[in-house]
Design a protein around this ligand. Structure first.
Ligand SMILES: C[S@@+](CC[C@H](N)C(=O)[O-])C[C@H]1O[C@@H](n2cnc3c(N)ncnc32)[C@H](O)[C@@H]1O
Length: 399
């Protein structure tokens, strides 16, 4: 057992017990999962289990109405740390808009709505609001929270913000996803003695239990065979593959006539993701600011997430006709996009030294290599843009 695995295991033994109401929710979700297994040969592929655990209507982690974002929830994302994050991205959008002309912004998985509110406030300050700010969000509960936040903070912009159920047929502008790819269900695999195997989940001895079998689909079997060969994965090696994310990028590319796809998330290039030493994959769970490795406890009460293989995402985008312009760290993206300069432009900033200090702290958190600066990456894919925006203009890393 590696030191990291040992640390994750020890966290598992110290998780705070859920409140009775939360436990009841989790048990109902478990019933829903077991019912679906019963109609599917008493098993589910891991990605379907993860999809139910995160998105089952009314019960899944992102759909059940329990608090997840921020200090009182399970994890903190960049928009929750500082308004400067959204304001910096707004500046990047403005640079893209200068090339595309009047256009729209579409945000995927907008969480609490914080990023949307900060970006719109900044674009308004700059005098360049988009025609529409669309949000495509899977969770009905989060959609409600986003509506409430935007109605409170920017009621006069209500008409510009629209929630979509599916991608528009055609889109010109900026497509943004912050920490969305990591929340997409992944397939888990291992290199077995007789070939590549997929992880399934069953219900045995009153517990959710993982087990391995041949890949369920031809598409997965072929993708895994190609992956094993490309990265020379040895017997015993286990990891994840995200075929849904590849398909998703293809759909984005199909609708994007002109503009930028901006993907921000934790992850690696393919070579780093499938590094020989990373032989147990990257899947982790967040529960009340504790990180551990067991996705089968308390379904619906904990986030399940995997790092992003950005090489696979960039290649899927290129195969669908997009140009991959930059793969960089969050730190370089924000610094290149003028994050520091924005500090002094925050409303009320000069009268409030305490606020100044807390925003300086936030900048450190967003950019220091030991915090989010290096672990989080930014991938820019474009169609029909002559110039990358300034945050994507330098320090591109190999994919
Ligand atoms: C980790 S949260 C990030 C929330 C927010 N972007 C932030 O940075 O605070 C993941 C979000 O992605 C959403 N999501 C996951 N898959 C999605 C998809 N295919 N389309 C749209 N939203 C998705 C979830 O419902 C959730 O709102």
């Amino acid at each position: 057992m590696t030191p990291l695995q040992a640390a994750l295991e020890s966290t598992l033994n110290q998780l705070p017990p859920p409140e009775p109401e939360a436990l009841d929710l989790s048990n109902r979700l478990l019933g829903r999962i077991i019912d679906e297994m019963a109609g599917n040969g008493n098993r589910l592929p891991f990605d379907r289990f993860m999809e139910l655990a995160l998105y089952a209507p009314g019960l899944g982690y992102y759909s059940n109405g329990l608090r997840k974002f921020g200090e009182a929830g399970d994890f903190v994302t960049a928009p929750e740390i500082s308004p400067l994050f959204g304001r910096c991205i707004a500046g990047q959008c403005l640079e893209v808009m200068a090339q595309t002309g009047e256009c729209d912004i579409l945000e995927f998985g907008a969480g609490s709505g914080r990023l949307a509110a900060d970006m719109l406030a900044e674009l308004e300050r700059l005098g360049h609001l988009p025609r529409h700010y669309f949000i495509l969000e899977l969770s009905a509960d989060l959609r409600q929270r986003q509506r409430a936040l935007l109605a409170t903070e920017l009621p006069h912009l209500a008409r510009r913000v629209q929630w979509l159920d599916r991608l528009p047929a055609r889109f010109r502008g900026i497509l943004i996803a912050n920490e969305v790819l990591d929340a997409m269900p992944v397939q888990r695999f291992r290199i077995g003695a007789g070939g590549v195997q997929e992880q399934f989940v069953g219900w045995e001895s009153e517990r959710l239990q993982p087990f391995w079998d041949e890949p369920q689909t031809q598409d997965l079997a072929q993708s895994l065979a190609a992956l094993a060969e490309r990265y020379a994965l040895p017997p015993g090696y286990a990891s994840e593959i995200n075929l849904r994310a590849r398909a998703w990028i293809g759909e984005l590319a199909d609708c994007l006539e002109r503009g930028l796809v901006l993907l921000i998330d934790y992850g690696y290039s393919g070579r780093e993701f499938y590094h020989p030493q990373r032989d147990c994959g990257t899947l982790i769970c967040h529960y009340r600011h504790r990180v551990h490795s067991d996705p089968f406890i308390h379904p619906g009460l904990q986030d399940i997430t995997a790092n992003v293989d950005f090489t696979a995402i960039a290649e899927a985008g290129e195969a669908a006709g997009l140009e991959c312009i930059t793969f960089t760290s969050q730190a370089w993206f924000l610094i290149g996009g003028g994050l520091e300069g924005l500090l002094t432009q925050l409303p009320g900033f000069e009268q409030d030294p305490q606020r100044h200090l807390s925003q300086l702290q936030a900048i450190k958190r967003l950019t220091l290599p030991s915090e989010m600066g290096e672990r989080f990456k930014v991938l820019g894919l474009t169609r029909g843009l002559k110039e990358p925006p300034s945050g994507l203009a330098f320090h591109s890393q190999p994919l």
